[in-house]
Design a protein around this ligand. Structure first.
Ligand code: DAH
Length: 355
């Protein structure tokens, strides 16, 4: 056996006898490191004749391959044993105190959208959605809005492009047209979502929420509209009797149009909904204008129906006694912890939101 072979065998033994990854790592640099075995042997080649050079170089390369293979096998073996040992040692200590964690609360707006959607779904409405970034056409023109309508003014509407063709929708009504264009009558839908207007004070924020309703069929009348809204308001405020009035109004997309007020009174600084002699406006509605039906490819001589638009944030404020709309969107965790709702599945070690 040549000296070189003896040397290689010594290193093979070393690898085989390594007890752990740390030891093996040291052996790695002894063999493959910058001044380790292999490099040292290659450096010796310089002084040899061309023929010997070729022979010895191939011997070194073969040895390198063998050592690498052996090294990798050993390394995997050691790592497996070490992981097994660690797993044996690491046990769960069930006497330790539980980890403290907090989960979020449901925002009143999300809660109210869920409540309203479930009330309407009970009477056969399904939920539709439309985009926040809307075209001028769906937001205004298709809804029979005249060119000079004040809502189209820059002061009220956020336009995305200077040519005023794209905007942030100012109401959820465009979903009416989008829904009718993609299906066939009858339609019975609600569409909750974000809406935008250039406005800000205690009861207005530039972004707010609306819920659109649309029911189109062959014989739908204002009687159905009244019945539907009456049912909704009673269910939403969880009261048996409701004072409600339809006030004549105007919207380009309905004829006739009405605004709906509900009766209320104040008792001990609290608002009591459904009775009393004060009135509060909560939504706009009406019978869908024939032009809107035409623009939506629905024949107004065969079909008719009603639509309504509810201000979701205002309903949330009323139902849950929140008096500043702006607080809804300030992302204050203390506020959310107070006014928010627990999700249905609350883990037992839930300790509230704010720390
Ligand atoms: N889009 C109206 C608004 O934002 C609300 C509205 C009124 C919606 C009457 C309707 C409707 O669907 O029929 O002020």
């Amino acid at each position: 056996m040549s000296d070189f072979e003896k040397l290689i065998n010594r290193f093979k033994d070393k690898i085989n006898n390594a007890h752990n990854s740390l030891e093996l790592d040291k052996i790695r640099s002894e063999i493959f490191g910058k001044s380790g075995l292999i490099n040292t042997e290659f450096k010796k080649l310089g002084s040899l004749s061309p023929d010997d050079k070729k022979k010895i170089a191939s011997e070194i390369n073969n040895a390198k391959q063998e050592l690498t293979k052996l090294f990798n096998q050993k390394s995997t073996g050691l790592q497996d044993t070490e992981i097994d040992e660690q797993l044996k040692k690491e046990k769960d200590d069930v006497t330790l105190p539980e980890k403290d964690f907090s989960i979020g609360k449901i925002h009143p707006v999300s809660q109210v959208i869920d409540e309203i959607s479930s009330i309407f779904s009970e009477i056969g409405f399904s939920v539709e959605e439309g985009p926040d970034v809307e075209s001028e056409y769906y937001n205004f023109t298709a809804l029979n809005t005249p060119e000079n309508h004040p809502a189209k003014d820059m002061h009220d509407t956020f336009y995305i492009e200077e040519n005023m063709k794209t905007l942030l929708r100012t109401h959820t009504s465009p979903v009416q047209v989008r829904t009718m264009l993609k299906g066939k009558p009858p339609f019975k839908i609600i569409a909750p979502g974000r809406t935008y207007r250039s406005d800000s004070d205690q009861t207005h924020t530039p972004m707010f929420h609306q819920l659109e309703g649309l029911h189109i069929d062959k014989n739908i009348t204002m009687g159905h509209l009244k019945g539907c809204l009456n049912y909704f308001i009673k269910e939403f405020f969880e009261i048996n009797k409701i004072k409600m009035r339809f006030r004549p109004s105007h919207f380009p997309f309905t004829e006739p149009s009405a605004e709906v007020d509900i009766g209320y009174r104040i008792e001990n600084n609290k608002i009591i909904i459904g009775e009393g002699d004060k009135w509060l406006e909560i939504l706009g509605c009406g019978m869908v204008h024939p032009n809107v039906l035409k623009n939506s490819k629905v024949d107004p001589n065969k079909y008719q129906g009603f639509a309504f638009g509810i201000g979701i944030d205002r309903l949330a404020m009323l139902k849950y006694g929140i008096n500043d709309l702006r607080s809804f969107f300030e992302c204050d965790y203390r506020w959310l912890n107070y006014y928010g709702f627990d999700p249905l599945d609350v883990p037992t070690n839930y300790r509230g939101l704010s720390k």
